[in-house]
Design a protein around this ligand. Structure first.
Ligand SMILES: [Mg+2]
Length: 203
């Protein structure tokens, strides 16, 4: 169903282990937006093929930093291009296969869980800024949202993080307009990786 959010990969691809010091308790996660964070922003358009997908420098290091701190890594991406009929669900999966291969090649660590909301409906509860994908991730993977972080590039990512009750959100510049303030504002994904590592160690 084109307007139904789906998990392109509905489970961890490998077990990153329990968060250090939290045996038997809900685990903390780091949520990653995709376009403008993991890969270069497609601007006003969409990533419609693996060839359009270019990993953002430092993105793999940010995913690795989250994993090194014992956090589950969760992709939460709006992809209304599927709901609009511009890309098939299979096409979206092929883009995410490339993403995982490139993350692994760059820093040895793919993203654990991938959620994509394909709805073309701004009121859909799983379309950011609505927190549905975070709530679903918490339910399906036992995530403690209050100790989880987010890296995004747009106001809707900040709204999503606040609505989900996350501990905080780091915004990386991608040329998108900004009205809201994040807990940290960084210029590139190398800085995001460093900021994330510092924040996660602080807890
Ligand atoms: Mg984005």
């Amino acid at each position: 169903m084109p307007d139904t959010p789906h998990a392109a990969d509905d489970g961890p691809q490998s077990d990153p282990g329990s968060p250090a010091g939290l045996p038997g308790r809900a685990r903390a996660a780091v949520f990653f937006d995709r376009d403008g964070v993991i890969n270069e922003s497609p601007g006003e358009g969409y990533v419609l093929s693996p060839d359009d997908f270019t990993l953002r420098p430092g993105a793999a290091q940010a995913v690795a930093a989250a994993r090194a701190a014992g956090r589950l890594t969760v992709l939460v991406t709006n992809q209304r291009c599927v709901g609009l009929g511009l890309l098939s669900g299979r096409g979206l999966e092929s883009i995410h296969r490339k993403m995982q291969l490139e993350l692994e090649a760059a820093a040895g660590v793919p993203i654990d869980v991938v959620y994509a909301c394909t709805a073309d409906d701004d009121d859909h509860p799983e379309r950011k800024p609505h927190p549905g994908m975070a709530l679903r991730a918490a339910r399906e993977h036992g995530i403690d949202l209050a100790s989880s972080w987010m890296i995004g590039d747009q106001d809707k990512d900040i709204r999503f993080a606040r609505a989900a009750g996350l501990a905080g959100v780091i915004r990386v510049a991608s040329g998108k307009p900004r009205q809201l303030s994040a807990d940290a504002e960084v210029q590139d994904m190398h800085q995001a990786a460093a900021e994330l590592a510092a924040r996660l160690l602080r807890r």
